[in-house]
Design a protein around this ligand. Sequence first.
Ligand SMILES: [Zn+2]
Length: 230
Amino acid sequence: MKYLAQPWQTLCHHLNPSCAFCGETRIPGYPLCQHCHAELPWLSVEDQRPLPGCTASVSAFAYQAPISSLLLGIKFGRNLRELATLGELTATGILPQLTQVPDAILPVPLHTARLHKRGFNQALELARPLAKQLGIPLLTRPIQRRKSTLPQTELDASQRQHNVHQAFQLHTSLPYRHIAIFDDVITTGATARELAAVLRAQGVAHVDIWSCARAILRQKHELDPQIDYH
Ligand SMILES: [Zn+2]
């Protein structure tokens, strides 16, 4: 919580002291009430599963309700207020888990055509509070998505890897030794790992993969047929 004591958040709290989810009185300087905060599927350091080819993988939440429905609602309903709230919550989940602060955050870019259609890059908007609170740059220009890939959620694991192969192109060398890639959801990690390989080929020594949510199988009854857990 210590990262959330920003003056503007205190001001927002005084202007609108109700929980962003349920309308009850919220925790001072924080978007949610105690109950809603406690109900979220937070991940801890022990819950994280390393992804091949990255230094550290850190996600704030398990990809399950209500985070999964919030993310889908934001993506298709353009609810920017909910997006800002989820960005704050993501920072709350990720910051205490960091052992090293990277030099910069690189949100997974959207292809220009999809960006124009949607109007915003969800990964970029969710990463803003993290970059601000860590005081590090948010990289939005150096990498372009050069093919308009299919949504990963519609594909199986091998299709996903093929779908993102050579999807990214770096325009310029990056003066950083440690970069955190940020995506809204990590499922197989194929997209983030493809991007990590591009960064490492350019001499970035340490690449973290961070996300708002990660598909992690905790109990059998939580299996989601839309997700490939391998
Ligand atoms: Zn609440």
